[in-house]
Design a protein around this ligand. Structure first.
Ligand SMILES: Cc1cc2nc3c(=O)[nH]c(=O)nc-3n(C[C@H](O)[C@H](O)[C@H](O)COP(=O)(O)OP(=O)(O)OC[C@H]3O[C@@H](n4cnc5c(N)ncnc54)[C@H](O)[C@@H]3O)c2cc1C
Length: 410
């Protein structure tokens, strides 16, 4: 198709950054960015934090506003969900029936909140979009009792925000502990203690039997026979990669849209980036992973755009994640589950920094929690050590007299 250009489905973090990168890298042809929501592209991380706690009614935290979209000559279509892809004809079909031809296509469709299996007809709130955030915020009234199901990042960030708004909060986690996936126990314990100090009723190892009531008079029924009466119930029990379009057009799926190290799907002219895709990570022996993290989405959007233009770049950025709860920031670089042992460095004032090492002594992850001003720089340096695949002397990692920068030079 002669008028075909670059088409991106999904106007979130990965999609918006891909559109900007295409222009920054000199692509002068058309860029069509297809979004299903009635907003300019916006960030998700503030939805569980600043959007919940802001004193005044907040606006969507926009990544790319209308003037920037015009300046970059991006054809932004929203709300305009993509309904299907015809890979043979190289076109995306919108809900309206309109066909958008593409030379190269990027799928950046993100993920959706996992529905609670036991929900039945109960009115459960979930958080993935700005509209979800507005609906939740409206229920966080001072004194209201909020039941949060799930002690993962979304549930705990919402618990912190709700308690900061003056709500009474109960968090129910089915597992024996909070933050069971990829978070070192010492850090999870610090977070748990902070929540309890704020008055959050944090219960683990809980089984939910069902729900009763409706609207702002609901109850969560527990297997031990007790009930928790609350004004709103929110579930944060994980996310499911959004793969419907990809599946329907025959792309390979494997815990998300399967891409290679250059983010190309099983169709050479279709790429995928962000929460929706799984990729082999070169830093971790090609292990296939899917990340739900802001920086991964942004960086994969940029790499996919470069590769749509033929750069042939391998995506091997160190995984990076943060979570803000109260005055604390948790930061993790790398994959903690690739480690066999860990050593800690004392940063003073009760702050510690943990390095996670593989069996052969290679540094594969680092984690810390504290005020961000104290840990962000150290984590960045640790990321550089991880990216260089170094095997630092554990004694040097433990000694706060030895600067991480000097280990980089070594
Ligand atoms: C509440 C919340 C808080 C978070 N906090 C943090 C944090 O503190 N730190 C961190 O590292 N990460 C955080 N994350 C994760 C991070 O924000 C995500 O990993 C990242 O935004 C994913 O970007 P994405 O572009 O892959 O997906 P998204 O940003 O979800 O974008 C996907 C877009 O595709 C659209 N779409 C889907 N299907 C179609 C279709 N058929 N047609 C058109 N459009 C479609 C969706 O509507 C959506 O706008 C948080 C996530 C959430 C939900």
């Amino acid at each position: 198709m002669s008028d075909a250009g670059m088409v991106i489905v999904g106007a979130g973090e990965a999609g918006a950054n891909a559109a900007l990168t295409l222009r920054d890298k000199g692509w002068t042809g058309s860029i069509t960015l297809i979004g299903e929501q009635p907003h300019a592209p916006y960030e998700l991380p503030p939805l569980s934090k600043a959007v919940m706690t802001a004193a005044d009614e907040p606006a969507a935290p926009t990544i790319l506003d209308e003037s920037r979209i015009r300046e970059k000559n991006i054809d932004f279509r929203a709300p305009s969900p993509a309904a299907s892809i015809d890979a043979g004809k190289h076109c995306v079909v919108l809900d309206s029936g309109k066909q958008i031809p593409y030379q190269k296509l990027l799928l950046a469709t993100g993920a959706r909140a996992r529905p609670l299996a036991a929900a039945g007809s109960a009115e459960i709130l979930y958080l993935r979009s700005f509209a979800d955030a507005q609906a939740i915020r409206a229920r966080l009234l001072p004194g209201a009792h909020i039941g949060i199901i799930g002690g993962g990042f979304i549930g705990l960030e919402l618990a912190a925000s709700a308690s900061q708004r003056g709500c009474r909060v109960t968090v129910l986690e089915m597992a024996p502990d909070i933050l069971m996936r990829g978070v070192p126990r010492e850090l999870a314990d610090i977070i748990g203690t902070r929540h309890r100090k704020a008055g959050v009723d944090l219960r683990t190892g809980v089984t939910i039997r069902g729900f009763a009531g409706a609207g702002s008079r609901q109850s969560i029924l527990l297997a031990d026979g007790s009930r928790i009466d609350c004004e709103a119930i929110i579930a944060g029990v994980g996310a499911i990669p959004e793969t419907k379009l990809a599946e329907a057009c025959g792309l390979r799926i494997e815990n998300g849209i399967r891409v290679d190290e250059q983010l190309m799907t099983s169709e050479p002219d279709i790429f995928a980036a962000g929460d929706c895709c799984s990729f082999p990570h070169a830093l971790y022996d090609g292990r296939r992973i899917r990340l739900e993290a802001w920086r991964n989405a942004r960086d994969q959007g940029a790499t996919a755009a470069a590769n749509m233009l033929g750069a042939g770049v391998t995506y091997d950025a160190v995984p990076s994640f943060w979570s803000d709860q109260y005055e604390l920031t948790l930061r993790i670089a790398g994959l903690t589950d690739a480690a066999s042992h860990s050593v800690s460095r004392d940063l003073g004032e009760g702050l510690s920094f943990t390095f996670h090492l593989a069996e052969d002594g290679r540094l594969v992850a680092a984690s810390s929690i504290g005020p961000d001003s104290r840990i962000a720089k150290e984590i960045r340096l640790a990321e550089m050590l991880i990216a260089k695949r170094l095997h630092p002397d554990p004694k040097a990692l433990m000694s706060s007299d030895i600067r991480l920068k000097s280990l980089l030079a070594a």
